[in-house]
Design a protein around this ligand. Structure first.
Ligand code: FEO
Length: 398
């Protein structure tokens, strides 16, 4: 038996995906795997909350059958239509009674129909709506754009249990799925990576939603998301972290990221980092081809500045930097500083190109791009060091 009780008569019936190493296609590296958390509530009416990614459907069905007969399920709540949770929906519906009620937001209904067709018995809900299932009530909170238009949270006041689907989740697969059972540093690191890479663009919506939920004065003693760890020991810990991350609180910290061909840009990067470090700035230093894009983005979440370097090749930057810069533009981090640098042979251009991309990502440029021809000499290395010092001053002033 690999299901477990989350609360009395509330069961985890999801699936562990130990082997997945990228999510959203190749966009998100999942070095710790992930889980698709689905929950079954046993009451006078039985309720299934969310599904799993289709390749795991047989395991999911086995788990459900360990708790109830499919024909005894009365409600199927779809908090979110993204296929990692809903691609099991059509086959699950084939197993359920014809009159089972599919509970979702208005956009959720649209999403289900657009993905899987119509003909289902929908009950559309929004903030303030409740459904009584016997001993318990299910309450719903609209969570549109956290992170899809259809997203919603389900809350069970009698259990003080929040089921927020993707929110407060992480891609972290473990045999034990509670926060007090796993390595705290790894757990918080994965939660941070998930926030930075998925939720950053929705930070202002998230802040409003967290305040709205706080004003509703609901008691939460467990948060059970749809990926990774269930927060039972201290759910407030992740709520406070979400507030901090969504507010864009930054440390005196900078990321130096570069690519190099014949070491010149690397020499520049090292001197810029020295200038920053000597001024007391925390530095994360990456040669992009040796680093994970999503880890860099995770570290950018609480950094103040990003300094990116590349030699010029065929009048442009080394293309391996492009996915990171493209991602930064999409994620729309707020209140960040940036700068660029690089070496060139007979004609520059890479550092300017990087600066343009940083500006496109709404990152405020601290300085003009710094370029050196061929190999930086002693004077030019000193200039790189001073470039770092000057960036450090801007970080401290901001
Ligand atoms: Fe885990 Fe937005 O799906």
């Amino acid at each position: 038996m690999s299901i477990f009780q989350v609360k009395e008569d509330v069961y985890w019936v999801g699936a562990r995906d130990w082997n997945i190493n990228s999510f959203h296609g190749p966009a998100y590296s999942t070095k710790q795997g992930t889980t698709y958390n689905s929950y079954l509530i046993k009451d006078e009416k039985n309720v299934l909350v969310d599904g799993v990614y289709k390749p795991f459907i047989d395991r999911f069905f086995e788990h459900i059958e360990e708790v109830v007969d499919f024909k005894d399920i009365d409600y199927y709540i779809v908090n979110h239509v993204e296929p990692d949770h809903s691609s099991s929906f059509p086959r699950t519906m084939e197993r359920l009674r014809d009159d089972v009620t599919v509970v979702c937001s208005a956009k959720g209904k649209e999403g289900i129909i657009e993905h899987y067709g119509s003909g289902y018995n929908f009950e559309v809900v929004s903030t303030g709506d409740t459904i009584n299932i016997g001993e318990r009530n299910l309450a719903f909170v609209d969570a549109s754009m956290l992170h899809w238009p259809d997203s919603m949270f389900t809350y069970i006041p009698e259990d003080k249990l929040l089921l927020p689907n993707d929110a407060f989740g992480m891609h972290y697969c473990t045999s034990q799925l509670f926060d007090d059972q796993v390595d705290d540093c790894l757990m918080m690191d994965e939660a941070k990576k998930y926030f930075a890479n998925i939720l950053t663009p929705f930070s202002s919506i998230l802040l409003k939603k967290l305040k709205e939920v706080q004003e509703m004065d609901i008691e939460i003693d467990m948060i059970a998301p749809s990926h990774g760890i269930i927060w039972r020991e201290d759910p407030n810990k992740i709520i406070q972290k979400y507030l901090e991350w969504a507010e864009g609180k930054a440390k005196e910290k900078a990321l130096v990221i570069y690519e190099t061909m014949w070491d010149s840009t690397e020499l520049m990067a090292k001197k810029i980092a020295d200038g920053l470090i000597d001024q007391g700035i925390e530095v994360q230093f990456y040669r992009k081809s040796d680093a994970d894009k999503n880890d860099i983005i995770k570290e950018f979440l609480d950094a103040k500045a990003i300094i990116v370097g590349s030699p010029t090749i065929n009048n442009v930057m080394i293309p391996e930097l492009t996915p990171l810069l493209e991602e930064l533009e999409g994620l729309r981090f707020k209140n960040k500083l940036g700068a660029s640098f690089g070496s060139y042979g007979w004609r520059g251009g890479a550092a300017k190109r990087i600066a343009d991309r940083l500006e496109g990502a709404k990152i405020e440029l601290i300085d003009e791009p710094l370029e050196v021809k061929y190999v930086p000499d002693k004077e030019q290395l000193k200039e790189c060091y001073e470039f770092g010092v000057s960036i450090a001053e801007k970080i401290k002033q901001s």
